[in-house]
Ligand binder design. Structure first.
Ligand code: EPU
Length: 416
């Protein structure tokens, strides 16, 4: 992606559907016996790859990217091994263990991949599935799971994990008896998945709190559902407005889900307005330095940490960003430093001494959000920035260059 920096962004953009809701919802369609339609599904690489996995499992999955509509008919689905190539292309492939176990009593799924931002073990997922009665082995890079029928259980997650919370819900909906997930993640996408499942006939209460109760259902039917909007996609555009001294309105968002982002942008000196389903950020001059600590929802999201760091690299004064979820999410710091940022990683924190300009140069995206952060740094910097490794960005953002261009950015994918 080649970016010519220095242009303030202005205009209106729509947030996409939420990646981290769409992927578990796609997995959830396999739990039902009838067709489902998902709307507002983002046209991103992870969705395309997940569609391929659904088809390998025998489901009829038809995705219309222009309409953002996915139709899934899982009535002919059957267990099948998932190739390493597909499972490793993302994190969310782990959901296929729980849904196949629940529906077919067996599953074989390679260990997931996804962003290399930390060790990212799946011990809590496996602990929960075992508590529901599954026998699980991990051999040759593959999770192999079996169960006659899953049964409800009381499950305490040792840490707040979005993936393990959603995975446990997915596995428990067809189990015999009641499951309670304690210390559950409270992210809005947990609620979105629960709402879809309840519309299919499941009985889930407490999603959005730290205790979720799932009463097992005999069978689920399909339904129509609209994926909630992507707070991180929206946050990326709002931070882009701030870093370029622009004026951007992001539509089709749930402003309440963006509270931490809005609060930090205000602290940084931007004007932030919101109403109904939009948020507007207007900024001029350099931002102010501040402190950010990532935490599970409703704390500041780790997936917006890198983008915030790009903004703070240009702030007046000092900032400190503390990452509490992933030990390697500062891997992209040397790339920002290449552009002239003054950053020093000290354990779980990065200390930032703001500079008045970043200079474009070739940099490398190491994960989805690091790639987005480097694009933002390029937009707010001077001269030409070339971000390599754009495939990472395309796993999670729909047409990022095109949407930034519509706001006035000078950005193009080199092979376009
Ligand atoms: N963890 C464990 N054991 C587990 C599960 C998680 O130790 O069994 C740890 C993780 O290593 C991490 C913390 O718990 O330190 C939280 O991880 P969580 O399970 O919440 O994350 P995830 O399910 O692996 C999802 C998103 C990530 C997002 C996190 C946090 C998907 C496909 N991925 O990952 O999205 O950062 O939740 O919100 O839903 C992204 O979109 O860029 C991205 C990385």
């Amino acid at each position: 992606m080649r970016i010519q920096g220095g242009r303030p962004l202005a205009g209106t953009v729509r947030a996409s559907g939420r990646k981290n809701a769409a992927l578990p919802l796609m997995a959830a369609t396999l739990l039902t016996t009838g067709p489902s339609t998902l709307d507002n599904v983002p046209a991103i690489r992870d969705v395309f790859a997940f569609c391929e996995m659904l088809r390998l499992l025998g489901a009829d999955a038809e995705y219309q990217p222009a309409e953002h509509r996915l139709y899934v008919n899982p009535s002919d689905a059957a267990p099948a091994p998932i190739p390493h190539r597909l499972a490793r292309s993302m994190r969310a492939s782990y959901y296929l263990v729980g849904v196949q176990l629940a529906r077919f009593g067996r599953a074989e799924v390679p260990l997931p991949g996804g962003d290399r931002i930390g060790q990212r073990p799946v011990d809590q997922h496996l602990k929960a599935l075992r508590a529901l009665g599954a026998e699980i082995t991990v051999e040759q890079g593959c999770i192999r799971a079996r169960a006659e029928r899953l049964h409800g259980a009381d499950i305490y997650l040792d840490l707040v994990s979005v993936g393990a919370t959603i995975h446990t819900m997915l596995a428990a909906v067809l189990a015999e008896g009641t499951t309670v997930v304690h210390n559950a993640a409270r992210e809005p996408h947990v609620v979105d998945v629960a709402q879809f499942l309840n519309a299919c006939g499941a009985d889930i209460t407490g999603a959005g709190t730290d205790a979720i109760r799932v009463r097992g259902a005999g069978a689920l039917c399909g339904t129509a559902h609209t994926v909630i909007s992507d707070d991180i996609d929206a946050a990326t555009f709002l931070i882009a407005a701030a870093i370029t001294g622009g004026d951007v309105t992001v539509q089709q968002v749930i402003p309440h889900h963006l509270q931490p982002i809005m609060a930090k942008l205000r602290e940084a000196g931007a004007r932030v307005e919101s109403n109904g389903n939009w948020v507007r950020v207007t900024a001029a001059g350099r931002p102010r330095g501040l402190q950010v600590t990532t935490l599970p929802y409703p704390g500041f999201p780790t997936d917006a940490q890198s983008q915030m760091m790009a903004l703070l690299a240009l702030a007046r004064g000092q900032s400190r960003v503390t990452e509490t979820l992933y030990e390697d999410r500062f891997r992209f710091v040397p790339e920002l430093v290449r552009m002239g940022a003054q950053l020093r990683v000290e354990g779980r924190s990065t200390l930032i001494t703001g500079v008045s300009r970043l200079d474009g140069c070739p940099v490398e995206a190491t994960d989805i959000r690091a790639g987005a952060a480097l694009i933002l740094a390029g937009l707010g910097g001077r001269g030409t920035t070339t971000v390599h490794g754009i495939a990472h960005v395309e796993r999670g953002y729909e047409n990022l260059a095109g949407r930034l261009r519509a706001l006035g950015a000078d950005i193009a994918r080199e092979d376009d």
